[in-house]
Write a protein that binds this ligand. Structure first.
Ligand code: UD1
Ligand code: UDP
Length: 360
């Protein structure tokens, strides 16, 4: 059986690693990896292949950054000849990024069966580009691997035949469980004299928070205020950095530390030791839930409601007063720790491999 994995952006790599490893253990599968090049900085791509022990991609399409239409079109154009030549038996795609939907569309037209890892998640907010990617990829997929029961419910509600839907658990948590023992105290904490002290970890990259200068400024001013109380460590996504460059600030708190994106092991080490996390990332809502670290999500909705229902996540919307109130609550010991959702147990990749190989 020939399986082609297509990945392209940072959160894809943590999801690919356990599925690829579990399929390799079966021995009956020949695997090829295509990297679209959607993310290309060393700190957004190469570092994850090294730390997660994923083999070098067989092909890198080198598409880089562009508008949604251009990026997806380039991926499709450059991927099609590889599919025609390699004739895989199955395409596996991950999550909700442009690389995911573009690869699914190419393979659907060539009648190559498609497996979608992390299917069924819905924010019900089509202003998010990812929501469109999720809906389309799920419509095209033959195997829909869901991380939690809400995914199954959404897909059934949309009319997906139940036999296509497989509740397997969360592959991102597989990677976390495997690598947590290797995530020590990141050097960065020592360099900033934060080791052993309380701090807040922040990431922000949703277009709705960072693309508009005034909006990003409003959030940064709030973070600056919070940094007056507890130091903040903020590894800045390149999308956010780009907009930040155009903002001018005076009187930034010396306790608001803006740094480049960090590697997976370092970020895991930073999450584990954080007093709380402020984010708009999908994956980080899940990782903090597994780690039991209070998470404040700066978004009006989430495609991962289970992290709010069972986990440590609170949606604060984009209301900065609410954000400050929730930070205060956590600092006064009222943080939410939650529980780990069912099947977030380190074996999701194995379940996917078993389904694919037994169905082969
Ligand atoms: C993408 C995904 C988003 C995911 C995020 C993870 C889509 C529609 N969005 O958003 O769902 O949460 O990745 O991080 O697929 N850039 C660099 N270097 C890089 C990559 C990007 O400088 O290696 C800069 C470029 O200026 C680029 C911008 O970041 O224009 C945005 O990159 P892009 O891949 O289009 O979207 P993300 O915001 O990263
Ligand atoms: N992450 C990382 N370094 C960072 C920020 C995040 O390794 O500086 C990891 C994080 O632990 C998680 C993943 O990147 O595994 C989440 O990716 P991201 O937030 O870019 O995308 P999303 O999940 O929102 O699609």
């Amino acid at each position: 059986m020939q399986i082609l994995h297509v990945v392209g952006a940072r959160p894809n790599f943590m999801k690919l690693a356990p599925v690829r490893a579990a399929l390799a253990a079966h021995g009956k599968v020949h695997q090829t990896i295509v990297h679209t090049g959607q993310h290309y900085d060393v700190s957004m791509s190469d570092v994850f292949f090294q730390q997660l022990q994923i083999p070098e991609p067989d092909h890198n399409l080198g598409v880089g950054s562009a508008s949604h239409a251009q990026q997806a079109a380039e991926i499709m154009l450059r991927l099609e000849p590889i599919i025609l030549k390699g004739k895989p038996d199955l395409l596996l795609v991950y999550g909700d990024v442009n690389s995911t939907v573009a690869a699914a569309l190419v393979c659907a037209k060539l009648l190559i069966p498609i497996g979608h890892v992390e299917a069924g998640l819905r924010s019900f907010d089509r202003t998010m580009p990812e929501e469109i990617n999720r809906i389309l990829t799920d419509r095209l997929a033959d195997y829909l691997f869901t991380p939690s029961m809400d995914g199954n419910e959404n897909l059934i509600h949309e009319g997906v035949p139940p036999e296509k839907i497989h509740l397997v658990g969360n592959v991102m948590i597989d990677t976390l469980i495997r690598l947590l023992p290797h995530a020590g105290t990141p050097k960065l904490l020592e360099e900033l004299s934060l080791a052993g002290y309380p701090y807040v970890l922040v990431t922000l990259h949703r277009p709705s928070n960072v693309d508009d200068r005034a909006e990003l400024r409003r959030i940064l001013l709030t973070l600056n205020e919070i940094a007056g109380e507890i130091p903040i460590l903020f590894p800045v996504h390149p999308r956010t950095r780009q907009v930040m460059r155009a903002l001018e600030f005076a009187n930034f708190s010396p306790h608001l530390h803006l740094v480049d994106p960090v590697g997976y092991l370092e970020f895991l080490g930073l999450q584990r030791k954080a007093t709380l996390v402020i984010t708009d990332s999908g994956g980080i809502q899940e990782e903090t839930t597994y780690l039991g670290i209070p998470c404040l999500t700066v978004r009006e909705n989430t495609e991962r409601p289970i992290t709010v229902q069972l986990g440590s996540n609170i949606l604060v919307g984009r209301d900065m007063d609410r954000l400050k109130i929730e930070v205060e609550a956590i600092l006064s010991g009222k943080g939410k720790t939650g529980t780990v959702p069912p099947l977030w147990d380190g074996k999701a990749g194995q379940r996917i491999a078993d389904i694919l190989v037994s169905g082969a």
